[in-house]
Structure formats: structure tokens, C-alpha cells
Design a protein around this ligand. Structure first.
Ligand SMILES: [Zn+2]
Length: 374
């Protein structure tokens, strides 16, 4: 044995001891896969695939307080491709090329909601349970008895409670996330993170939550919630996390298209921050899939875009992006069979090598081709 080789081996042993002493740091070496589900409430295919919509831009011209002229300067371009890249540059230029984005009907790809309600909780329930649940008919803040993909992954992989986590600014995200209060780690609109999982920065962010007013009492601020979630991710390394952005729906209901566009640009920046956070971490780099989607669409005209339900055309058209190391680098999907909101749970499970039929035999199948066969 030559000296160099002996030295290398000694260094490797020292590194192993250091890793063991550091506890969870040893997990860095294991080929574990992580999934982060990101939802952006009530965001239409028109904005995702076409950026600033000429129909709603014109509608907003007549509104007294709208600053749509400023939005035009920032986001209006000649083509839908240029407009969407102006609105969500990181999503389109960096994330999309590393995966598949479904739902552009004008390119022959369609994603449909199966539940007939087309409100938030029925949509999130369909995403998380793999089927439209007939008893989830409104946005009541109650727990339903349906097991979700979040709690299933935790039990199937025998993870700690803190290793599957939910964050978001609306209390309804927390109640729809699991069938029991202690199934996974859940953080509601104004919750703090418990001391054993928190940090001084997370405590500071939680202190701001009730102080930064949202449009409605039931929701706190999304930027604060996102920062809280991303600090939680770095500190506690969840294997599966659901982060829900909610304020897109608030601005839309308030008929503020100018503010919705600014909000989407802000979300794009948070996606960039999240991606950089993941790439800077040994535990997440090159072994994390992002599934990004929405709970429902909304109306198509200046008159009805503020609403979404069974009577409003456009409410059942959604989109989904699957981005990660196991997904083919396709970008925008064209000329594909219609897929459904109820297929998202199985799509998540395949990245953990779990069979959706063990989770829910009535769940939709994984979205075709989103995981390369290995
Ligand atoms: Zn809504």
C-alpha cells in the first residue's frame, strides 16, 4: 500500500467519522429522492403559457385604481412566448427546459380538473388524494377523512413527522393536507414553527405573519410563508414538502389584474430562490423533483375572470409542470393526451418508487413519460 493511497483512505475514514458525528449529514450519501409540490392558487393557463393577456389588459384599462399601463411596460410583448418569458423568466428559461410543462391547449396539451366544484379545497383534495372527493364541495376549514399522498409517503417510507411538511398562507391548506392533525408537519396561516424545528430567523418570520396584512383575515403573506418554508427545508430537510402560494387567487377575486401580474413575477423570483437553495444543498441537488400546478382555472372574460366555478368556462383548465433529474428535458409539451388533476398524486409517488395502487386504487395514473425508465 503506497503512502498516498493510505492517506486517502485515512482521510475517507475521518470523513466518515465526521459524517456519523454530524448525524443526518450521513444521509447526504444515500441516493434518496425528494419531491416538492408547489401550488399557485387559481392561476390560468392564459398567463402561464401566454403571459399578459390582451383581453384582461383591455378590461383593466377602464378600472379607476388599476395601474395596468405600468404592467404593460413591464410585461407586454408581441408574442405569447415573449410575454410569458417577461412575466415568469425563471420558470420558462431555467425550470421548464429541465422537465415537462403540460396544459397549453393551443399546443395540443390539456390538463383538466375532474371535480365539478372548481373551488380551492376540492382542487387540492383532488391533487392530494388522486381523485375528486364527492364530500369536498366548498372551502370549509375542516379535516376530511381521506388519506393524502403526503401522509401516505410518510408512512410508506417510515419517515419522521417533520420529514413531510406543508406550508402556506391560508388555513385551508393545512386542513386539506392530511386526514388527522398529527399525520405530517403542518403549518397554518399564522402558525409558528415549534421550537425544536425552528431557528431565530423562523421565529422572527412567524412574528411578522399577523402584522403584515393580507386582503382577507384568513390568509397571511405568501413571501413570509415562503421564507419560513425555505428556512424549514434547509434546517429540517423534509423528503416531501407541499408549499402553497395563495395570493394569486386573492388579487384575481379583487379584480386587480395589474397586481396579479406583479404577484406572478414575484412568485417566479421565489421559484428561482427555491431552486438555488436546492442546488446549494447536498441533500437536494440533482435528487429533487418539483411538481408545480394549480387548483383551478378561472373565467376568460373581463366580466368573469374574477370567478371560478362550474358555471364559469375556463375554470376546469389547469396546467402542471414536472421538473427534475428523472424527467425528460422536454419543456412545453405538445400534441399529448389529456391528463387530469387526479393524476398528480401518482406522478409524485413514482419518484419515491411507490405504486399509486397501494395508496389509492381509484387514483389517476402517473402523467405519462414524466419519469424516464431506468
Ligand atoms: Zn378563489
Amino acid at each position: 500500500m503506497n503512502v498516498n493511497r493510505h492517506m486517502r483512505k485515512a482521510l475517507a475514514s475521518a470523513a466518515l467519522v465526521a459524517a456519523l458525528l454530524a448525524g443526518s449529514a450521513a444521509a447526504d450519501d444515500l441516493p434518496l429522492h425528494n419531491v416538492i409540490l408547489i401550488t399557485i392558487d387559481g392561476v390560468r393557463i392564459q398567463e402561464i403559457f401566454g403571459g399578459m393577456d390582451p383581453v384582461l389588459a383591455e378590461h383593466s384599462e377602464s378600472m379607476e385604481y388599476s395601474e395596468i399601463a405600468q404592467s404593460r411596460e413591464r410585461y407586454w410583448r408581441e408574442t405569447p412566448q415573449a410575454r410569458r418569458e417577461a412575466l415568469m423568466p425563471f420558470f420558462w428559461n431555467t425550470l421548464a427546459p429541465q422537465g415537462m410543462v403540460f396544459g397549453n391547449k393551443s399546443a395540443g396539451s390539456s390538463v383538466k380538473v375532474r371535480n365539478g366544484i372548481l373551488w380551492s379545497s376540492p382542487g387540492y383534495s383532488e391533487i392530494l388524494t388522486g381523485e375528486a372527493q364527492p364530500d369536498v364541495i366548498d372551502n370549509s376549514l375542516v379535516r376530511y377523512p381521506h388519506r393524502t399522498v403526503l401522509e401516505y409517503v410518510r408512512s410508506a417510507l417510515q419517515l419522521g413527522t417533520h420529514e413531510v411538511a406543508q406550508f402556506g398562507s391560508w388555513e385551508g391548506f393545512k386542513t386539506i393536507a392530511a386526514s388527522t392533525d398529527d399525520a405530517i408537519f403542518m403549518n397554518g396561516a399564522y402558525d409558528r414553527v415549534p421550537a425544536h424545528l425552528s431557528s431565530p430567523q423562523m421565529d422572527y418570520l412567524a412574528e411578522l405573519r399577523p402584522q403584515i396584512m393580507g386582503l382577507w383575515e384568513e390568509s397571511s403573506n405568501d413571501v413570509i410563508s415562503y421564507r419560513l418554508a425555505s428556512d424549514y427545508l434547509v434546517r429540517n430537510r423534509p423528503r416531501l414538502m407541499w408549499f402553497a402560494f395563495g395570493q394569486s387567487d386573492d388579487w384575481a377575486h379583487a379584480d386587480r389584474y395589474d397586481r396579479l401580474l406583479s404577484y406572478l413575477r414575484l412568485v417566479d423570483g421565489m421559484l428561482e430562490n427555491l431552486w438555488e437553495t436546492l442546488q446549494a444543498s447536498e441533500a437536494y441537488r440533482d435528487k429533487t423533483t418539483l411538481v408545480i400546478t394549480t387548483d383551478h382555472g378561472r373565467g376568460l372574460t373581463g366580466k368573469d375572470w374574477v370567478e371560478h366555478d362550474a358555471s364559469v368556462p375556463g375554470s376546469d383548465d389547469i396546467w402542471v409542470a414536472v421538473i427534475g433529474p428523472d424527467t425528460p428535458d422536454v419543456g412545453e409539451v405538445s400534441d399529448a393526451a389529456t391528463v387530469h388533476q387526479s393524476d398528480i398524486a401518482a406522478t409524485i409517488l413514482q419518484f419515491f418508487d411507490l405504486d399509486f395502487r397501494d395508496f389509492n386504487p381509484d387514483a389517476g395514473p402517473p402523467i405519462p413519460d414524466t419519469k424516464s425508465s431506468d
